[in-house]
Design a protein around this ligand. Structure first.
Ligand SMILES: Cc1cc2nc3c(=O)[nH]c(=O)nc-3n(C[C@H](O)[C@H](O)[C@H](O)COP(=O)(O)OP(=O)(O)OC[C@H]3O[C@@H](n4cnc5c(N)ncnc54)[C@H](O)[C@@H]3O)c2cc1C
Length: 428
């Protein structure tokens, strides 16, 4: 939402007798009677928690949702852009409708600092805002500092990862279109955990579909730091052998140490350097920078520890953290489906804690994840997770693990439907 529209949505009474800027600052600083929750990040987790706090609290909690991006771009299905099955417009949505329907103040800005002693955040625009509870769903940041030759450690200029859908996805697609027939597309995968474990392997399939059609002499090299494919291993291997036998080559235990962008060269810990026409480098990841810079990433300085019944940070109980930024439980991938389940559970927790109800929650959610393997088939893996008071953590529900025995048209249709359903819930 544009700042001008945001000011309108604050209500005319607040603007009387003061300049727009002063009254905006006043409103941002002080919650008006109702407890205020600020949600940082309007991706899958943030949109869900913002909507469901309004529902579970019956509008008794004010919610402000902050994100710097003008619109929401779905990372799920973004690999289909490489094969041409989807375009970016089909994955780009406005957040305004949902926010208007549920009375959420949507602010296009970046949170640059959290003052947890004073329960305030500082925005890039210069405003401060008070909160009663803060929810962070900032996603991931990429650890460009792992590569000595990359000079801009913050933006990683020159590295194309496409693990945050949008301009990066389009940049990679452009490179693919410019690559000569007979070229090499190399994709590097960091040691897990990273966002969406099957996404890089799914990408190889989608890039493969494009190359088969337009540049059939080309090759895809998957250079994985892990000892084995981290998700749906047999299904990917079978798909590559059946549909891309001369095209996709998988190599495990390839830990990327540096990159020479001038020479288009990848430098590994053990193996020889590899040159390729396209370097799709997926760097190691950690929680979004706002969590890192405010000392909330207490697990290996990368991921945020939380109490899984409330999603309160194990560092600061007034701050809740959900989504990819947290250290998940056993068999819990960093995925949109998980962020969505956590968003709903966190909304209940925040409502109970703020409205003084008895706190008694045992979250339960699932981690269903589809991968689109060809132009019309997909496969899935899924697990149910529930809160275990004994472990004080999430545990896998016994017998709930399921994985497709083969790829199928039915799973392809279900994958597209899954995306439609989750977009529908978080965006309307
Ligand atoms: C190629 C690809 C395919 C995928 N496919 C699937 C799939 O099929 N199924 C599935 O379940 N998952 C999939 N995922 C994973 C899924 O996209 C993520 O797990 C999910 O987006 C995590 O949600 P989140 O809310 O934690 O983070 P995000 O959705 O990334 O949202 C984080 C938001 O926080 C904002 N933000 C960050 N810092 C600040 C700040 N300081 N101030 C304000 N805002 C801030 C960002 O702008 C962003 O909008 C895929 C991912 C990729 C890359």
């Amino acid at each position: 939402m544009l700042r001008r529209n945001f000011i309108h949505s604050l209500g005319a009474g607040l603007l009387l007798g003061a300049s727009g800027r002063q009254s905006l600052a006043a409103n941002l600083g002080q919650a008006q009677g109702k407890p205020r929750v600020i949600v940082v990040g309007a991706g899958f987790g943030g949109l869900t928690v913002a909507k469901y706090i309004r529902i579970t609290s019956k509008q008794k909690i004010e919610v402000v949702l902050i994100d710097p991006s003008a619109s929401f771009v779905s990372a799920p299905l973004s690999n289909l852009i490489f094969s041409g099955q989807k375009n970016i417009a089909q994955l780009t949505f406005s957040r305004e409708r949902m926010c208007k329907t549920y009375g959420i103040q949507l602010l296009q800005d970046t949170v640059i600092k959290i003052d947890s002693d004073k329960n305030k955040i500082l925005l890039q625009s210069g405003h401060e805002m008070h909160f009663d509870r803060l929810v962070l769903s900032p996603g991931i940041s990429l650890m460009f500092d792992q590569f000595p030759s990359i000079t801009d450690k913050k933006s990683g200029a020159g590295i194309v990862h496409a693990m945050q859908a949008g301009p990066q996805t389009l940049q990679l697609k452009k490179q693919l279109e410019a690559m000569p027939d007979g070229g090499v597309f190399a994709i590097t995968i960091p040691v897990a955990p990273y966002r969406c474990p099957p996404a890089p392997y799914e990408r190889a399939c989608q890039v493969g579909l494009y190359l088969k059609k337009f540049k059939p002499k080309s090759k895809i090299l998957i250079l994985d730091a892990n000892p084995e494919i981290t998700s749906k291993s047999l299904l990917f291997k079978k798909t590559w052998a059946t549909h891309f036998p001369q095209m996709i080559e998988y190599r495990n235990n390839h830990t990327l140490m540096d990159v020479n962008l001038k020479e288009n060269e990848l430098i590994f810990e053990v193996q020889d350097e590899i040159k390729a026409d396209i370097l799709n480098i997926i760097p190691p990841m950690r929680a979004g920078l706002i969590a890192i810079e405010n000392n909330l990433a207490n697990i290996n300085k990368r991921w945020c520890g939380v109490h899984f019944d409330s999603f309160e940070s194990s560092v600061n109980p007034r701050i809740h953290i959900i989504g990819d930024a947290i250290q998940g439980g056993d068999l819990m991938p960093k995925s949109a489906q998980v962020a969505y389940g956590q968003g709903k559970a966190c909304a209940e927790a925040v409502t109970q804690l703020l409205l003084g109800q008895t706190f008694d929650l045992k979250p339960h959610y699932n981690s269903l994840c589809y991968s689109i393997l060809t132009a019309n088939t997909a496969a899935h893996v899924g697990t149910d997770h529930e809160y275990s008071p004994e472990l004080q953590s999430m545990a896998v529900v016994k017998g709930s693990q399921e994985i497709s025995s083969k790829d199928s048209i039915e799973d392809y249709q279900k994958a597209l439907q899954w995306a439609k359903d989750i977009w529908q819930d978080v965006l309307t």
